[in-house]
Design a protein around this ligand. Structure first.
Ligand SMILES: *Cc1c(COP(=O)(O)O)cnc(C)c1O
Length: 713
C-alpha cells in the first residue's frame, strides 16, 4: 500500500500549494490554473472579477481537502502545480542564454500596471503595456522589479445612466482581498519609508506582488501615521487635482527609489515608463551629490543608470508643474540638495533661462537618462521633432530618441478556448516561440490547421462574445429597472460580421467617426444578406466631458430605431471586457487622428484569435500592415486640418468596408467557408504575432537599452 500512502501524502500538501498558487499571478496566463479556481467556486470567481485569491478565501480547509479527494481533479491540480514549479526554477531561460551579463534587476517604474481585471491598479493602455512587459520579463527570465502605487479604489467602475451619460463608481479593494504581502522589517513590524511633501513627512508601507518570476512593489500611504489628507493620496489612479498628481509622483519616483535602497536592492537600470516617475532621477542625483560635489559628475552617474520611454505624442499631454507648486511641494527636498532653486528647476525646463517655463516631467526624464525611446517608428519621429529644441538640434536626426515598438503578452490575452485550440495544433510550447517567425510561418498553409477548423474557431469565439454581450445587456436593463427595448435573443447575431471598437474615449480616438453620415452607414449595417454589427466599449476620463459626449453619442446610436440590436455599448471596459472583445471580433477597428496614437496595442490582442485589423496607418499598424494582413484606412499620410482629416478618413473607412471587408467576409464556398478571409487570417498571424509580442519588445529593450550599462560595467 506504499504507493497509495505516497499518493495521499502528496495530496495532503496540495491545499497549501494551491493557496500559494493563487498568490502568484502566474495563473493569469495559465488557462488550466484559471479553470481550477473557477471550478472551485464559479460564483465567487464571477463576482470577484476572476480573483483566485477571493476563491481561495471563500473555501475552507475542510472543503478543499474534500474536493481534492476527487482523483481526476487532484490530478489536474497536481499537474498545474508541477508546471508552476518548473516555470519557477527552469534549467535555463532566454536571458541566461542570450544576456547572461544581466544579473542585477531592472527596476521598472510605472504609475499603473494592468495585470489582471481583479487587480484594479491600471487605467488603460500604459498600464496594460507595463503589465505585459512584466509578464514577458518573467517568461524570458529577466531579473525584474516593478514599482507602482497601491490604488485601493483603482481607476473607476463605469456606469451609464439612463441619459447615456457616464457615471463613475469607486469601490474600495482591501489589500487582504488581493494577492499582496506586506513588506516587514527584519525584526518584525511593517517597513515604513517616507517622502517630504510640503511641510509634511508622508509615510508609506509597501506590498509585494508576485508575477511569475518577477516582483512588483506597490507603495501605499493609507496609514494612521499620516495626516488624514495624505492617507488617501494613493487611492485612485490619476485621481484628484494637481496637488494629488505631484504628490503621487513624489511617492512613486522618490519614494520608490528610497524603498529599493531600504531593501538593499541595487538595480542595474532604472526604467521610467512615461514621465510620472521622473523625480526618481532627482533622488538619485541627491545621493550622488552627497558623495561628490561635482554636479556634472553626479549627473553623469545618474544618467548612466536611467532610461526613459515616452508615450505622449502631443505637448499638452505631458505632466507640467508651475515653479510655485514645485517650490511648495518640493522645497524641503530641494533645499537638502544644496542646489540653487533655479538649478533645480532647470532639470525640467527646455530653456532654463526662461523663468516662466513650467517644470516638465518628460524634460526631466530626457535630461537625466542615457537613452530614451518612443513606442513605434512613427512615434519616434514625432518625439524627435517635438524635443528638437531641448537638444539644440536643427534636424530630427540629431535628437537621441529611438523607438521600441510596443507588443502584447500573447498567452495572457489568449482565451481558454484559443489556448486549447492552438495547444492541439501548434503544440503546448507555442507560448515559448512567440519571437520565431519561422514557427508562425507554418500557419500560412493548412498543414497544422485547416480552413474549416480556423473558421470553426472564429464561430466559437464570436458566439462567446455575442452571449457575453447579451448577458451584459440583460443586467444593464435590469439595473436600470426598465424593460429592454429588444428581446435579448435579438441583440447581435452570431453569424454577422462583427466589428469591435474598444479603447479609452479620448477624443483623438474618434469613436463616433463611423456614424459621421448616418444615411450612408445605416443601409450598410442593415443589409439583410450581409449584415454588419458594431460593439463599442471604453471609459472617458472622469473630467473629460468631450469624451463623455462621445459615449453619449454611441449610446444614442444603440437606441436608434435602425441600429438597435446591431450597435451595442458594453459598460466598464476593463481587461476582462477587453479579452471578450478581442477574441470575438472579426475586425478590430482603430481610427485615431494620426499621428496621435503613439502605438496602440489592442489590435495586437486579436491576432491569436484569428481577428483582423482595420486601422489608420498610425502607431504599430503603420509598421505591421503589409497590404494583405488586414486593412488600412487611408494612406501613410494625413491632412493637416482635423476637419479635413475626419472627412477623408471617414470616406476611406467606408470604401474599404464596402469594397473589401464586407464582400470578403461573405464570400463563401460550397462548404460555407470564406477562403480568402481565412487566408488573410493565416497571413496576419504569420506576419504579425512574432513581431508584436512583448517577448520581442522586452528582448529589444534588453539588447538595445538594458544591456548597454552592464557591458560598460
Ligand atoms: C489593451 C487595452 C488598452 C490599450 O488599447 P489601445 O489600443 O492602446 O487603445 C486599454 N485598455 C484596456 C482595458 C486594454 O485591455
Amino acid at each position: 500500500m506504499s504507493s497509495s500512502s505516497h499518493r495521499s501524502s502528496s495530496t495532503n500538501h496540495l491545499p497549501i500549494r494551491l493557496r500559494a498558487l493563487a498568490a502568484n499571478l502566474w495563473w493569469t496566463w495559465n488557462p488550466e490554473a484559471q479553470q481550477i479556481f473557477k471550478e472551485l467556486s464559479p460564483l465567487v470567481w464571477r463576482y470577484s472579477n476572476h480573483s483566485a485569491i477571493a476563491v481561495m478565501q471563500e473555501i475552507s480547509d475542510q472543503e478543499l481537502a474534500a474536493r481534492l479527494q476527487d482523483p481526476p481533479f487532484a490530478k489536474r491540480v497536481r499537474a498545474v502545480i508541477e508546471e508552476f514549479d518548473e516555470y519557477m526554477s527552469p534549467a535555463s531561460t532566454w536571458v541566461s542564454r542570450h544576456a547572461p551579463a544581466l544579473k542585477d534587476p531592472v527596476a521598472y517604474f510605472s504609475a499603473e500596471f494592468g495585470l489582471h481585471e481583479s487587480l484594479p491598479i491600471y487605467s488603460g493602455g500604459l498600464g496594460v503595456l507595463a503589465g505585459d512587459h512584466t509578464k514577458s520579463a518573467s517568461d524570458l527570465g529577466l531579473p525584474f522589479i516593478g514599482i507602482s502605487l497601491l490604488y485601493r479604489q483603482g481607476y473607476f467602475k463605469q456606469r451609464i445612466n439612463p441619459h447615456g451619460w457616464q457615471e463613475e463608481l469607486y469601490p474600495t479593494a482591501t489589500p487582504e482581498s488581493l494577492p499582496l504581502e506586506l513588506i516587514l522589517q527584519p525584526e518584525g513590524g511593517r517597513l515604513l519609508n517616507s517622502v517630504e511633501i510640503g511641510h509634511s513627512t508622508v509615510f508609506f508601507q509597501t506590498w509585494r506582488l508576485r508575477v511569475g518570476r518577477a516582483t512588483l512593489y506597490l507603495l501605499d500611504t493609507n496609514l494612521p501615521e499620516n495626516e488624514s489628507h495624505y492617507q488617501g493620496l494613493t487611492s485612485t489612479v490619476y485621481g484628484g487635482n494637481i496637488d494629488t498628481r505631484i504628490g503621487q509622483e513624489i511617492v512613486l519616483g522618490i519614494g520608490g527609489t528610497r524603498f529599493l535602497q531600504s531593501m538593499g536592492i541595487k538595480p542595474s537600470v532604472y526604467h521610467m515608463n512615461e514621465g510620472h516617475s521622473a523625480f526618481l532621477t532627482l533622488e538619485l542625483l541627491q545621493r550622488e551629490l552627497k558623495n561628490s560635489r561635482n554636479k556634472q559628475h553626479a549627473e553623469q552617474r545618474v544618467k548612466a543608470s536611467c532610461i526613459f520611454t515616452t508615450h505622449t505624442p502631443v505637448p499638452a499631454g505631458h505632466d507640467r508643474f508651475s515653479a510655485d507648486l514645485m517650490y511648495h511641494t518640493l522645497g524641503r527636498f530641494w533645499s537638502a540638495s544644496g542646489l540653487s532653486f533655479d538649478d533645480f528647476l532647470a532639470y525640467g525646463r527646455v530653456n532654463p533661462a526662461d523663468g516662466n517655463e513650467q517644470f516638465t516631467m518628460t524634460v526631466l526624464a530626457l535630461k537625466m537618462s542615457r537613452a530614451a525611446n518612443g513606442v513605434s517608428e512613427l512615434h519616434g519621429h514625432v518625439s524627435r521633432n517635438m524635443w528638437k529644441e531641448l537638444y539644440g538640434a536643427s534636424r530630427e536626426e540629431e535628437v537621441p530618441i529611438g523607438h521600441v515598438t510596443n507588443g502584447v503578452h500573447t498567452p495572457g490575452w489568449a482565451t481558454h478556448h484559443a489556448h486549447v485550440f492552438w495547444n492541439q495544433r501548434l503544440g503546448f510550447d507555442w507560448t515559448d516561440k512567440l519571437m520565431e517567425p519561422s514557427f508562425w510561418q507554418k500557419l500560412t498553409n493548412d498543414g497544422l490547421a485547416t480552413d474549416e477548423e480556423i473558421w470553426a474557431l472564429r464561430y466559437t469565439l464570436r458566439r462567446d462574445l455575442v452571449e457575453f454581450v447579451r448577458r451584459q445587456q440583460f443586467e444593464f436593463f435590469q439595473r436600470l429597472n426598465v424593460e429592454s427595448p429588444l428581446d435579448t435573443a435579438h441583440v447581435l447575431s452570431p453569424d454577422a460580421l462583427t466589428i469591435c471598437f474598444a479603447r479609452r474615449f479620448a477624443t483623438y480616438k474618434r469613436a463616433p467617426l463611423i456614424f459621421r453620415q448616418l444615411e450612408t452607414i445605416i443601409p450598410i449595417l442593415k443589409d439583410p444578406q450581409r449584415p454588419v454589427q458594431l460593439i463599442f466599449a471604453g471609459k472617458a476620463h472622469p473630467r473629460d466631458n468631450e469624451g463623455k459626449r462621445f459615449i453619449q453619442r454611441i449610446i444614442e446610436m444603440t437606441r436608434h430605431a435602425d441600429l438597435i440590436g446591431r450597435v451595442v455599448f458594453v459598460e466598464n471596459y476593463d481587461m476582462n471586457v477587453a479579452r471578450h472583445l478581442v477574441s470575438g471580433a472579426d475586425v478590430w477597428l482603430n481610427n485615431p487622428r494620426r499621428p496621435l496614437e503613439a502605438s496602440g496595442t489592442s489590435g495586437m490582442k486579436v491576432l491569436i484569435h484569428g481577428g483582423l485589423n482595420l486601422s489608420i496607418l498610425d502607431g504599430w499598424w503603420r509598421e505591421g500592415f503589409d497590404g494583405t494582413n488586414g486593412w488600412s484606412i487611408g494612406t501613410d499620410a494625413h491632412a493637416p486640418e482635423p476637419e479635413a482629416q475626419d472627412e477623408q478618413d471617414f470616406a476611406d473607412l467606408l470604401q474599404t468596408l464596402t469594397q473589401s471587408v464586407i464582400p470578403e467576409f461573405y464570400d463563401r464556398d460550397a462548404q460555407g467557408v470564406p477562403r480568402r478571409w481565412v487566408g488573410r487570417i493565416r497571413h496576419a498571424m504569420a506576419t504579425l504575432i512574432p513581431r508584436f509580442s512583448t517577448d520581442r519588445m522586452v528582448s529589444e529593450y534588453i539588447n538595445n537599452y538594458y544591456l548597454d550599462r552592464s557591458r560598460r560595467g
